[in-house]
Design a protein around this ligand. Structure first.
Ligand SMILES: [Zn+2]
Length: 205
């Protein structure tokens, strides 16, 4: 990497096209280096570095660092983790033991969070005893003020900053429960086939 950097990338007067080629080589070497780092078993032990930390003599990884980072290709589909779903019928004592995954990523301005847990007991709000929280896998996407969360039972889309004049809790209702005139406030288009099977919906902003 140093060789490519000092012999080619730092050279002045290179054409844009050539720079791109050397840049790609540099990136490729970087990924290979990371991959080799993942293979390192730190056989030669650790040496002291700054602030009392210790780093591997071979790959330079800090001794107390968690070793679970990912190789992400540039310009390709990125894959982080695998699909985790609830894996037990048991109800656990608390959320911490029941938790299988709670992770999130900010990806080019969109935020994605995945929360997976088995069933557990918890006390909600002002209740005086524990209740069973069902096992669940929830994925949530937040993008430009809109929040969409998906679990096994529901797809919920919410506008995060809707200006509301009243403090009353929001209402909810099936379309057929709402008067036709009031329905006109909701810019929702239902998609369905000729047998009225629900295919999806579009919301106009
Ligand atoms: Zn190492």
């Amino acid at each position: 990497m140093d060789f490519v950097s000092s012999n080619f990338l730092c050279e002045e007067g290179l054409e844009e096209k050539q720079i791109q080629i050397y840049y790609d080589i540099y990136q490729g070497l970087g990924i290979a280096w990371e991959f080799l780092g993942l293979q390192c078993k730190h056989w030669d032990g650790f040496k002291k570095v700054r602030r009392g930390k210790k780093a591997c003599k071979i790959c330079g990884k800090l001794e107390d660092m968690e070793e679970d980072y990912y190789l992400l290709g540039k310009g390709q589909k990125k894959r982080i983790g695998r699909k985790v779903v609830p894996d037990s019928k048991k109800t656990f004592k608390n959320r911490k033991i029941a938790e299988l995954l709670k992770d999130s990523i900010d990806f080019h301005g969109a935020s994605i969070a995945v929360d997976v847990h088995n069933s557990y007991r918890a006390r909600l709000g002002k209740m005086d005893r524990d209740i069973n929280i069902a096992a669940e896998r929830t994925a949530t996407l937040k993008e430009s003020g809109i929040r969409c969360s998906i679990d096994q039972h529901l797809i919920v889309i919410g506008l995060e900053k809707t200006k509301r004049k009243t403090k009353k809790p929001p209402y909810g209702g099936f379309p057929w429960e709402i008067r036709k005139n009031d329905l006109k406030h909701f810019p929702v288009i239902f998609q369905y086939d000729d047998e009225y099977n629900f295919l999806g919906l579009t919301i106009l902003r």
